[in-house]
Design a protein around this ligand. Structure first.
Ligand SMILES: Nc1ncnc2c1ncn2[C@@H]1O[C@H](COP(=O)(O)OP(=O)(O)OP(=O)(O)O)[C@@H](O)[C@H]1O
Length: 384
């Protein structure tokens, strides 16, 4: 989602409201949040009379966990975050914080009463405020001395005390991201929502900022929901991943679950590049141009799609396996991308092999396939 001027105003509204947290009840030890459970119960949403953006989403972020909301552009990730923050309203369903309804048919708790923090894609720091004042922004209910102390503690947590007096524009992208995180964490929200928090960073910076952010989230112990459209990012960050498509939850689980036991072809293709072969199941097996594979659970005559990960294919120059001819090779550093002509395959078969596995002039090769990286799905018109 692109951050708009309205978005900034919302940041201000949501952030300002977090001061409410600071003055209520007993506060935990420095740097620690009250982790909470956030539950979506059968959420539906549409913008005006338009098509439904969310269709029956039920999902729980457990206390202290990092839950990644993953999905293609337009699948409804940002809308789901905004509903939890209270800056968008669902048309049906309920949102619960620690089993208490905060949004439902007859309840709407204002954003500032929710103890839910929000970090936007472009950080949304106020350019004319120092970093310290940006972080103090959400602590207005505290005395000046207290808010300064709390803001400095939050900056220390993200390693930015030395930039307290700086203005945002002199900070690097990664530092601005950490400042935005400090601002969101300063009021010690029970739940922190992060909307594509690393998308504005260049790819080299991204890895280190992501690792730092995860460490800070762990230390703060807040429950976090992180929106991303990048499967690798979700696997790196999430204790669990919830994959959305067209406003519906497709699968929720640990990265290993989604990768190894994808619910359908859409999930599988979100996590790895695949060669696809349409085929008809035989008696527990299915024949493809790359050889026969097990098709347990399917009956003879079932239409299936066989998905072979690019990394499942090995190429050799010694006779054995499926014959293939090299069409193209591309050096990618750690690996090499191959396109191969294989008898019976309508389009070139793609493979990702270890560099140096084939001699420079190799043309005629033989392929073997790691069976654990072959997935067989029922063939449906909308399955990928
Ligand atoms: N203000 C709006 N008015 C009308 N439709 C909207 C509005 N905001 C978003 N949408 C539509 O709602 C759907 C879901 O949008 P949303 O931003 O939640 O998706 P997303 O998964 O976060 O996408 P992205 O990864 O591109 O940010 C999209 O089809 C989008 O075009």
């Amino acid at each position: 989602m692109t951050q708009s001027g309205t978005g900034r105003a919302e940041t201000a509204r949501v952030t300002a409201g977090r001061a409410d947290l600071a003055v209520r009840g007993v506060r935990p030890a420095t740097g620690v949040s009250f982790a909470a459970k956030l539950a979506y119960d059968n959420i539906f949403h549409s913008f005006g009379s338009g098509a439904e953006t969310l269709r029956g989403v039920s999902l729980t972020a457990e206390p202290g966990e990092v839950l990644c909301l993953l999905g293609p552009s337009g699948s409804g990730k940002t809308t789901l975050l905004r509903i939890a923050a209270g800056i968008e309203s669902q048309t049906r369903g309920r949102v619960l914080l620690n089993d208490r309804e905060i949004a439902g048919p007859s309840v709407f708790l204002q954003p500032e009463k929710r103890s839910i923090g929000l970090v936007f894609q472009d950080f949304a720091l106020f350019p004319h405020y120092t970093i310290l004042d940006n972080v103090r922004f959400g602590l207005t209910a505290l005395s000046s001395a207290e808010s300064k102390r709390e803001a400095m503690a939050a900056l220390a947590r993200v390693g930015l005390e030395h930039h307290a007096k700086s203005y945002p524009h002199i900070l690097s992208g990664g530092e601005q991201q950490r400042a935005a995180l400090a601002r969101a964490l300063a009021p010690r929200p029970a739940v922190l929502l992060l909307d594509e928090p690393f998308s504005g960073l260049d790819s080299r910076l991204k890895d280190s900022v992501r690792a730092e952010t995860l460490a800070i989230l762990r230390q703060s112990r807040a429950t976090a929901i992180v929106v991303t459209h990048d499967a690798e990012e979700a696997m790196r960050m999430g204790d669990r991943i919830a994959l959305l498509r067209d406003g519906r939850l497709v699968q929720v689980g640990r990265a290993e679950d989604l990768f190894q036991q994808p619910a359908n072809l859409f999930v599988a293709s979100f996590f790895s590049e695949l060669n696809l072969f349409d085929a008809t199941a035989g008696d527990g097996v299915v024949d493809t141009p790359l050889g026969p594979f097990a098709a347990s659970g399917f009956s003879t005559g079932d239409d299936v799609t066989v998905a072979v990960r690019l990394t499942a294919i090995e190429a050799h120059e010694k006779d054995g396996g499926t014959e293939a001819r090299v069409i193209s090779r591309r050096f990618l550093g750690d690996s090499e991308a191959l396109e191969l002509a294989v008898s019976g395959a309508e389009v070139p078969v793609r493979a990702r092999i270890r560099c140096g596995a084939l001699s420079p002039g190799a043309r005629a090769v033989w392929l073997s396939v790691r069976k654990s990286d072959v997935l067989v799905f029922e063939r449906r018109a909308d399955s990928a």
